[in-house]
Design a protein around this ligand. Structure first.
Ligand SMILES: [Mg+2]
Length: 257
């Protein structure tokens, strides 16, 4: 049996965990941030770590190898598609993360929208080489992102400035109503065979990834993103089990009235 001190410690630990989450942001919409040491270290690794650059480049090298396997023996490649996520897959938003850390803030839709409107994100290492290779052999490219549809002009502007091939209003499929990308993948699959899915979140591959993982083997490529993702969010089970954890903790306080 856990004693009272143990229970309080558990509650405090859980509250600390919750404080590290972005409480309002929908799953897999856009990058999230907080001021934790974890995020600072993660952004630092991503921006300065040689291993970060190598990991990204190796991921795209792997993507190229997989694509070469899939095109072997085929005549026309335009019906073959590669579907890529954008944020932390093709474009690097780590300067936004650095910005909110340095400003002592957390992820906020307003500051994120400003960053998107600047349309000044760099490419993830290795992304452009891969995309130009795929484009050069005639494979179709689609960009399925949960940036909001209203941001399409700024997003296209950023992609065009980077020289991202085949990026236009027909191939850049942003979020309208739902963050679930299944319908947009199905839209691509209506006229193309999806050869590869490239992303930094499991939602970039399948909404129910646990069920789909086995059949997606050899068809997905993960780009490393230590800054945000499912791993920084509380499971729904914990949220529903502790709807007012803060209120519960308050009852533990000694106010000495
Ligand atoms: Mg992403």
């Amino acid at each position: 049996m856990m004693n009272t001190t143990g229970k309080i410690f558990t509650l405090i630990s859980l509250l600390g965990l919750m404080a590290c989450q972005s409480p309002t942001k929908p799953l897999d919409e856009s990058p999230t941030s907080n001021n934790s040491d974890h995020l600072t270290a993660a952004v630092l690794w991503f921006q300065k770590g040689e291993t970060a650059r190598l990991a990204c480049e190796q991921s795209f090298d792997y993507a190229k190898r997989l694509l070469l396997e899939k095109i072997a023996g085929r005549d026309s490649l335009s019906k073959l598609a590669v579907v890529l996520d954008l944020d932390e897959t093709v474009v690097d938003n780590s300067p936004y993360e650095a910005r909110v850390i340095q400003d002592g803030k957390s992820y906020e839709p307003e500051s994120w929208a400003l960053w998107v409107k600047e349309a000044n994100a760099d490419a993830i290492p290795g992304a452009l080489d891969f995309l130009h290779f795929a484009d050069s052999i005639g494979v179709s490219l689609f960009y399925v992102s949960n940036r909001r549809h209203e941001n399409r002009a700024f997003t296209l502007q950023n992609l065009l400035a980077l020289g991202v091939p085949q990026a236009d209003s027909n191939t850049v499929l942003l979020r309208k109503e739902v963050s679930d990308k299944s319908a947009r993948r199905a839209q691509v699959a209506e006229k193309h065979e999806i050869a590869l899915l490239i992303g930094d979140q499991t939602g970039d591959f399948a909404q129910d990834f646990a069920s789909a993982e086995r059949q997606l083997k050899g068809k997905i490529v993960v780009i490393p993103n230590p800054m945000y993702g499912e791993f920084t969010r509380l499971p729904d089970s914990i949220k529903s089990a502790y709807p007012s954890l803060g209120e519960a903790l308050k009852t533990q306080l000694n106010s000495k009235r």
